[in-house]
Design a protein around this ligand. Structure first.
Ligand code: ZN
Length: 276
């Protein structure tokens, strides 16, 4: 049914969505994000599914956005638009903002608000755009070899489009992660509260499925209400409006880079990013 995502039901009332572009380290092209969105919708709309696991094939969870995708804006026409912003063929900053509103912050926020518990199961590297797949999930289980990286400041942008860093790490560590573009280990991410549990790589899938199955024994409506209540607590602290400000600044950075460098990012940040 999908080319880039596998949809499984490994246990009663549990769906598992598996990113399946391991040859690219699960780089996110337009197709993968739309297919993942469809798979999330399918699990959300199936009354028999109570818990959704997001996993990834291969040694690494995700290398982020697929920077090698050609004609990304033109590709938008191949998929059914989900949000209300359109204009992917417009001139200037408008098309890029529309694309990022649809498939980056739009999808990430949409998945964050799915009214069923979601669990990210993370191994290996999870880079920049990869964070926008795991942060929307309610629970994050990481293998001991997992590590997390937002290198966007090095590329002339103030952070990934779903700017959840302060809510994941606290303000000081969020700034450190952004300013230094250092890797965050699974252990440190657990200490900061971004990750729920760190487990040996060989038990990652079993541990995650066991937790999903335990959660799936609870009444679904109560799970929905609990999730909605915690999300509301975060949003009452200003998360959503802070994120909209960060998204506007992110678009300013793309426009600035277009004027100064003729591309959406500052290319001086590319080489250290690739070397790592
Ligand atoms: Zn962007």
């Amino acid at each position: 049914m999908y080319q880039t995502v596998i949809y499984e039901t490994p246990a009663p009332h549990v769906a598992r969505l598996v990113l399946n572009r391991p040859d690219t380290r699960n780089a996110q092209d337009t197709r993968m994000l739309y297919e993942l969105n469809q798979a999330f919708d399918r699990a959300a709309q199936d009354n028999d599914i109570k818990v959704i696991i997001l996993a990834a094939a291969g040694p690494h969870f995700s290398s982020g956005h697929d920077l090698r995708e050609q004609g990304a804006l033109e590709t938008m026409a191949e998929f059914q638009t989900v949000g209300t912003w359109c204009g992917f063929g417009c001139a200037g900053a408008e098309a890029q903002m529309a694309r990022e509103k649809e498939i980056y912050i739009g999808f990430s926020e949409r998945w964050r608000n799915i009214p069923k518990p979601t669990i990210a199961q993370v191994q290996g590297k999870c880079i920049a755009g990869g964070l926008m797949l795991i942060w929307p999930c309610d629970i994050i289980i990481a293998a001991e070899d997992a590590s997390f990286w937002d290198n966007t400041v090095a590329m002339g942008v103030g952070g990934v489009e779903m700017f959840n860093h302060p809510w994941e790490l606290g303000s000081r560590k969020a700034k450190e992660m952004l300013f230094t573009a250092d890797w965050l280990s699974a252990k440190d991410a657990e200490k900061l509260g971004m990750v729920n549990h760190v487990v040996p790589p060989e038990s990652l899938a079993d541990f995650t499925l066991a937790m999903a199955s335990r959660i799936a024994q609870k009444p679904l409506f109560a799970l929905k209400l609990a999730k909605e209540a915690v999300n509301a607590a975060q949003d009452a602290q200003g998360r959503t409006s802070a994120m909209q400000t960060a998204f506007a600044l992110h678009q300013l950075a793309h426009s600035h880079n277009m004027q100064v460098h003729g591309m959406m990012i500052d290319p001086s940040g590319l080489s250290p990013a690739i070397k790592r």
